[in-house]
Design a binder for this molecule. Structure first.
Ligand code: HEC
Ligand code: HEC
Length: 359
């Protein structure tokens, strides 16, 4: 009996040793290089762009996700990117003008949702003040009213964490540098694809998925009256428009923050123009507009129907015969639009375990 048991013991040990050995040589071969990460999107989306200067890798995306949720990224180690960009709100925060930042002062702009960022190819921020995700994150990281982080200190802090040191060296083949922090964040943000709503299921002819009569009526209205700006599968043209929420954009204070796009272009023709936000997941991203002034979707539709303000840069799509301003919508049409907007809520996106805080 004893002899038999020990033979088995040896055998099991030998098998285990072999397995460990085999698996280590196998993974060794596998993990030498970061693995490419393919952003997937349906055929009716614009082509997925390539990012030759910051190609996505699985390990880079995973690193970016860790950083996105890490409070070490703020000066007093209490705030992460996710403090203002909550996954269950499509990475918006539900607050008009948050005062959660380091200084406790309310920001002047509303935290936008982060959806389909891979296609955001015409500037970031409401006025396009940032060119791409590789430069954008410097804003919140260093701003005194946001994360108020000294970048040299941040690199020191991350260097205290062996897991980060290993990950950066594997992904970027180098020591931790601020640029790599931003690049990893950008890689993670570009994976935030929302294409799993009921409307998508409908476009993909998924079995048993139909739009109700009211949802179809809403779709038609959006295609006719909104798609001039909330365009195509992304529901944004990535461009800047004055949609008539204000008529006066003179403000000397605050670096001209209410000038909109004109703050960046110095062109008065861009006064009051802001980037068209997507309508995807819009039912979970209230409040609305660049300053979060409208608490509900009803208020947004009332604005378009009755309260569009005239000014020299008001978009021509919001001027009927150059006289009456706005988009005519009956109460029934408003309800139909809301019914359709509800079909753009993508629960797979909002609860995607790959986007959530890593364990
Ligand atoms: C204190 C709240 C706060 C924190 C923390 C924060 N953000 Fe933001 N974020 C905002 C606000 C507000 C805006 C809009 C600013 C503007 O347009 O002027 C914004 C805009 C953005 C945009 C532009 C989106 C678009 O469509 O134009 C991106 C991307 C973004 N944030 C990513 C991040 C990342 C990455 C971090 C962490 C490094 C971060 N944010 C931290 C509040 C915050
Ligand atoms: C002329 C272009 C244009 C048209 C037409 C237009 N919009 Fe907009 N929409 C915008 C812009 C630009 C903003 C952001 C303005 C701002 O923040 O100051 C916006 C904001 C919104 C928002 C707020 C989204 C958010 O995340 O804050 C909703 C909702 C919206 N529009 C719905 C609609 C609907 C529904 C229609 C059609 C009935 C429509 N829009 C027509 C350009 C347009």
């Amino acid at each position: 009996m004893i002899a038999e048991r020990s033979t088995w013991g040896h055998l099991i040990f030998a098998i285990q040793a072999c397995l460990i050995c085999c698996s280590c040589t196998k993974t060794d071969a596998k993990v030498q290089e970061p693995q490419p990460f393919l952003v997937e999107a349906p055929s009716y989306f614009p082509t997925v762009p390539l990012f030759p200067d910051n190609p996505l890798t699985k390990e880079g995306v995973a690193l970016g996700r860790l950083l996105f949720y890490d409070t070490r990224l703020s000066g007093n180690n209490t705030l992460s990117c996710a403090s203002c960009h909550h996954p269950e709100k499509a990475f918006s925060d539900g607050i008009a003008l948050t005062a959660i930042g380091a200084s406790g002062t309310a920001l002047h702009r509303h935290a936008p949702a982060l959806i389909n960022m891979a296609w955001a190819n015409n500037g970031l921020f409401w006025d396009g003040g940032s060119t791409n995700l590789e430069s954008q994150a410097f804003g919140p990281l260093t701003a005194g009213d946001e994360m108020h982080q000294d970048l040299v200190t941040l690199v020191d802090e991350l260097n205290q964490v062996p897991d980060y040191v290993n990950r950066f060296s594997f992904v970027f083949k180098d020591d931790i540098k601020v640029n790599y922090i931003i690049m990893a964040l950008a890689q993670f943000e570009r994976t935030l694809v929302s294409a799993g709503s009921k409307y998508d299921a409908y476009l993909q002819h998924k079995q048993g998925i139909q739009l109700s009569w009211q949802e179809q009526q809403g779709l038609q209205i959006v295609e006719q009256k909104c798609a001039g700006c909330h365009e195509g599968a992304l529901f944004t043209d990535n461009d800047y428009h004055n949609n008539g929420i204000d008529s006066d954009f003179r403000n000397a204070e605050l670096e001209g923050i209410y000038k909109g796009r004109a703050r960046i272009t110095y062109n008065d023709a861009d006064l009051g123009k802001f980037k068209t936000p997507t309508l995807r997941n819009v039912m979970v991203t209230a409040p609305y507009m660049h300053d979060g002034r409208f608490a509900t979707i009803e208020a947004v539709l009332d604005h378009y129907a009755h309260s569009v303000k005239d000014s020299p840069t008001l978009d021509s799509l919001l001027q009927i015969n150059g006289q009456e301003k706005g988009i005519k919508l009956t109460e029934e049409e408003k309800q139909a639009v809301i019914a359709f907007l509800n079909t753009l809520t993508d629960n797979n996106f909002l609860t995607n375990p790959d986007f959530d805080k890593p364990q």
